[in-house]
Design a protein around this ligand. Structure first.
Ligand code: F0G
Length: 484
């Protein structure tokens, strides 16, 4: 797969006083193997892409495709049984690319010229958990969580980052950059550091969790807190990459989405290639849902699975651009919103990949739902009570599942996989405020869901350091357990 077209040296001179940065203009080498860029709107196929990863004809987003694969199973189409066997064999290999839960599936990823360019932290390989308490609560016998928070930097971003950062390095870039609600920046900073690249992070000031910000700092990123929201950061980044020799690592970059496809490959392998009825994923900028959907369609096309799971996207009510776009505009034009939610990872009002997401929702027959702040808080505590935990944005999946069950879209007896996108420790502020009863405004406590919250709260108890005090507390807890 070819790297992006080198940036005009003139533009570089215009904005960089730093000579070392100007030298960083990449000398891209096209790689082949059949993968190409395709515009999602006009279908134009190209071997290279400009820096903003938009079609030079119509300006829409690009995706990566392998036009040689077909239903007809032509000679260059990989055989499903061979792929499954190869991927399984690699699980006992000790080579770094095989130890990666992303590169293990490299036949379905764009091809690097040399696997030595791979920057890996052994991403992927994430667990598929059952959720016995939640299963009982919602009345579904087959409910699972694919926990992407168990990736090296604590979120699903790592699976895409290993691919896109590796291509950035292969193309000769010295700087990578992203706009982020926190997780992308943490992941990018880590992979850049591992690959010897410099990284520039643009985040909305005061609107991302400290844990995520601290990761970017520790991994050595140049971190700018901009006085705007995520959408403002992304707009600025899109302009920046056309002016400076930095490689953008947002999910507009289609290499990211290629890596994120592996969540679905790995999930299906864990289910012995028996597709679940439903996969439910949070929606923010809508790259991840697009990637998972693309993977499902490719697996179906290649004969790796015999039927498609329905892929559904859940958003926070306060950041519901996709929900409104589908309900009010029939999915034809994007309705942007001024986003507000305590699930800061998905506090996005102008999602870049909305068209890609709608396409895969329609192709798989999935649904789109929104959930309230109270519903998110409750679902997060319920996932925590399973001994698993996740960050707030991930909990929209369980909250959304309850709604999809209520409206009959998910039926009793069907199997469901929730994609948990981030680790519990990504947002300890949210968790502490929830347990202390400080998260939700007083008005939210009148929500019928809120009555359920009290039994999930476990505030820390401050005691005198005496045996008596601790024993009394144990007894009180035991009594309240008996009452419950
Ligand atoms: N869950 C978490 C934990 C996230 O960090 C994000 C996005 C999403 C869900 C939504 O995924 O954007 O692909 O629809 N976080 C981005 C970031 C935007 O900058 O970290 P999406």
């Amino acid at each position: 797969m070819p790297p992006p077209t080198p940036i005009e040296p003139k533009a570089v001179e215009a904005i960089t006083a730093d000579a070392t940065m100007a030298e960083a203009t990449p000398a891209g080498q096209p790689a082949t193997s059949g993968f190409r860029f395709r515009c999602i709107a006009c279908g134009d196929l190209t071997d290279s892409a400009v820096q903003n990863f938009r079609c030079s004809r119509c300006g829409d987003l690009l995706e990566i495709t392998n036009p040689n694969w077909s239903h007809a199973q032509g000679s260059s189409t990989p055989a499903a049984a061979d792929l499954k066997a190869t991927w399984k064999q690699r699980r006992v290999s000790l080579s770094p690319v095989d130890l990666s839960g992303v590169w293990r599936f490299r036949e379905l990823l764009p091809t690097l010229e040399n696997l030595h360019h791979v920057i890996t932290l052994r991403e992927g390989n994430t667990p598929l958990y059952d959720l016995p308490q939640c299963s009982r609560m919602v009345g579904l016998p087959h409910l699972f969580a694919k926990h992407q928070g168990m990736n090296p930097t604590g979120s699903f971003k790592d699976t895409g980052m290993t691919v896109a950062a590796s291509f950035a390095r292969q193309a000769g870039f010295r700087w990578v950059a992203c706009a982020s609600t926190g997780n992308t920046s943490a992941s990018m900073a880590a992979y850049a550091a591992r690959g010897g690249l410099r990284s520039l992070v643009l985040v909305p000031e005061g609107k991302i969790s400290w844990s995520k910000l601290s990761q970017a700092l520790d991994y050595g990123a140049v971190t700018c807190q901009l006085r705007t929201d995520f959408d403002g950061c992304l707009r600025l980044l899109q302009e920046l990459v056309l002016r400076a020799p930095v490689y953008q690592l947002n999910s507009i970059n289609p290499f990211r989405l290629e890596g994120q496809k592996t969540l679905a490959f790995e999930l299906l392998e864990q289910l012995d290639w028996q597709p679940p009825d439903h996969i439910i994923v949070p929606g923010g900028n809508l790259g991840n849902s697009s990637a998972i959907g693309k993977a499902l369609l490719e697996m179906h096309d290649l004969g790796l699975i015999s039927r498609l799971p329905k892929l559904s996207v859940i958003q926070a009510e306060g950041a519901n651009a996709l929900v409104r776009t589908l309900r009010e505009a029939g999915g034809k034009r994007l309705i942007t919103v001024q986003a507000e939610t305590a699930a800061t990872a998905i506090r996005i009002g102008n999602p870049a990949s909305w068209k890609k997401a709608i396409r895969v929702l329609q192709a798989t027959g999935g649904a789109c739902e929104q959930v309230s702040e109270v519903e998110i808080a409750r679902a997060k505590a319920e996932i925590g009570a399973e001994g698993i935990g996740c960050e707030p944005a991930s909990a929209v999946t369980l909250a959304g599942l309850k709604k999809l069950l209520k409206r009959g879209f998910v039926k009793p007896g069907e199997s469901v996989v929730l994609v948990l996108t981030g680790h519990l420790l990504k947002d300890p502020g949210f968790t502490m405020e929830f347990h202390r009863g400080e998260l939700l405004p007083a008005t939210a406590e009148s929500d019928p869901e809120a009555s359920q919250l009290q039994s999930l709260r476990r505030p820390p108890i401050v005691l005198d350091a005496t045996l008596d005090a601790v024993i009394r507390t144990l007894e009180e807890q035991e009594k309240s357990n008996l009452r419950a």
